[in-house]
Ligand binder design. Structure first.
Ligand code: TMP
Length: 207
């Protein structure tokens, strides 16, 4: 399986990830690919209900948070990601498993081992072909998110929490440099754009 390309985008809240999803989509489409964009948590009817619970409930146990993230992910894999990849469609996932490693594994302190255990329990276990990690200094991300008056439960977390999340993302990138590419976004847009396209071209050449 895995005939379509599976690409994910990651980063702490305020890192500028969502603005680059369109660029990735447009570039792949310009190369003749059919593209589907997903988001997590969410992306299916059930997943969007889970998203609402995750972002707006009070007093949620960390394990509940982790399991709900994966419940939403399982629905998305089953209903959207796997069927599209099997048909040769490229999937751009606005967050995937790395988010659970960084936010729940590190940010919440659940630990990577536990997240991997839940991950390995999914059907089927999927790995992205390429993951972009959008990275900005924490102060910049905080200022961007701070402007949003309707912050959700996770966006309201402390700088200490986001420091752990950011460090965990960078740690994954240093361990898996072939799959995860770090893109700095506090610089002129055309520079990050060129870097993204270079990585996409590299992936397209291999497939
Ligand atoms: P979003 O703002 O990128 O749509 O993501 C919603 C929030 O959910 C964001 O604060 C990151 C968080 N999240 C996790 O904590 N763990 C996960 O596994 C995923 C997919 C998202």
């Amino acid at each position: 399986m895995n005939k379509g390309l599976f690409i994910s985008v990651e980063g702490i809240d305020g890192a500028g990830k969502s603005t680059h999803v369109n660029l990735i989509r447009e570039y792949l489409e310009s190369k003749g690919k059919t593209v589907v964009v997903t988001r997590e948590p969410g992306g299916t009817e059930l997943g969007e209900q889970i998203r609402n619970l995750l972002l707006h409930s009070h007093n949620m146990h960390h394990n509940t948070e982790l399991l709900l993230m994966f419940a939403s992910r399982q629905e998305l894999i089953d209903k959207v990601i796997r069927p599209n990849l099997e048909q040769g469609v490229c999937v751009i996932a606005d967050r995937f498993v790395d988010a659970s490693l960084a936010y729940q594994g590190a940010g919440r302190g659940i630990g990577m081992d536990k997240v991997y255990q839940v991950m390995n329990w999914l059907e089927p276990v999927l790995k992205t072909d390429l993951t972009f990690l959008f990275n900005v200094p924490l102060s910049v991300a905080f200022e961007r998110v701070g402007k949003n008056r309707n912050k959700d439960r996770i966006e309201k977390e402390s700088i200490d929490f986001f420091t752990k999340v950011q460090n965990a993302y960078l740690d994954i990138a240093s361990k898996e440099p072939g799959r995860m590419k770090v893109i700095r976004t506090n610089r002129p847009k055309h520079e990050s754009r060129e870097e993204i396209i270079r990585h996409l071209d590299g992936l397209l050449k291999k497939n």
